[in-house]
Design a protein. Structure first.
Ligand code: CP
Length: 315
């Protein structure tokens, strides 16, 4: 297995194909732990991991928190709304004060692209990007790739269509970088106002027609319409968006027999996906959440710099 020697996880763009595969392979071992009666490993005993979320989260924050606990780390959740951030403390001052408590890793979500990179330059602790503005959401892409690997078994030539608000989506950006590195063919689909002009330079094809974009797709990854990020002003009405870009019961007719339906969550039922499709047999949406735990355990373990032999003897 490729040796992992990164102190931080800041983006998928910076990872090599081998590093991505190392995370996916490590996650397979950690998924096995989740199936055992006693779901704990001691590999991060004595480490302290801090979650610093400046934006709301259900899946990422709880998944990281549980992953750290399963690896026997001490976990501190900083509630930004109840912290001195409300008194005007800067991001760097907040992080330096947390670091003064002798912690090992900060997992940060921030509305500004680049916030994790700035933090990594100013503190000695490891930094993990849990989503920064429109830029990247590396662990979401890793868990998406892990889910695809488990279901499909390969990436080379696999056709993945990502649908929705690509412009505002850190999930789309991280997935495009990662899937392209692994040899998948990525198509993005949505209204022209939601497709960034430079997206083809990242290796993705562009389609504005959902029926065509899903027709030969092995995987369809639907993105949430992010009303809090002004997605709502990029199309005339929610009804019109749903009529053209919702993965609904009518659109299912155009899918391949074995096409997977993915969504990073949270989902807007009736907007980007119908309830029947979200809960149907093709959907792996909750499986993505389950896999997120194993992938985040793998990321925490690799970042912690534990030696491979320690992992093998402790699992
Ligand atoms: N997919 C995702 O990032 O979900 P949360 O916002 O709930 O963390």
């Amino acid at each position: 297995m490729h040796k992992w020697n990164r102190k931080h996880l800041l983006s998928i763009e910076e990872l090599s194909r081998e590093e991505i595969l190392t995370v996916l392979q490590t996650a397979e071992s950690f998924k096995d732990i989740s199936l055992r009666p006693i779901k704990k490993s001691p590999v991060l005993r004595g480490k302290t991991i801090v979650l610093l979320f400046y934006e709301p989260s259900t899946r990422t924050s709880n998944s990281f928190s549980l992953a750290a606990k399963r690896l026997s780390a001490d976990v501190v959740n900083i509630s930004v709304n109840a912290s001195s951030v409300q008194k005007g403390e800067s991001l760097i001052d907040t992080a330096k004060n947390i670091e003064a408590l002798k912690i090992h890793t900060i997992i940060i979500r921030h509305s500004r692209a680049g916030a994790p990179m700035i933090l990594a330059r100013h503190i000695d602790a490891s930094v993990i990007n849990a989503g920064d503005g429109y830029h990247e959401h590396p662990t979401q892409a890793l868990l998406d790739m892990f889910t695809i690997k488990q279901r499909k078994g390969f990436f080379e030539g696999l056709k993945v269509t990502i649908v929705g608000d690509i412009l505002h989506s850190r999930v789309a950006r991280s997935n495009i970088w990662g899937l392209s590195k692994l040899g998948a063919e990525v198509t993005v689909c949505g209204p022209p106002t939601m497709i960034p002009v430079d997206i083809e330079a990242m290796g993705a094809k562009v389609s504005y027609n959902l029926k065509e974009a899903v027709a030969d797709a092995d995987v369809v990854n639907l993105l949430r319409v992010q009303f809090e990020r002004e997605s709502g002003v990029l199309f005339p009405s929610v009804r019109e968006y749903a009529a053209m870009f919702s993965m609904d019961d009518e659109m299912e007719k155009y899918l391949k027999e074995d096409a997977l339906i993915m969504h990073p969550g949270p989902i807007n039922r009736g907007v980007e996906i119908s309830s029947r499709m979200a809960d149907g047999k093709r959907s792996v949406i909750l499986e993505q959440v389950t896999n997120g735990l194993a992938v985040r355990m793998a990321v925490l373990y690799l970042i912690s710099g534990e030696k491979e032999k320690t992992r093998k003897s402790s699992l």
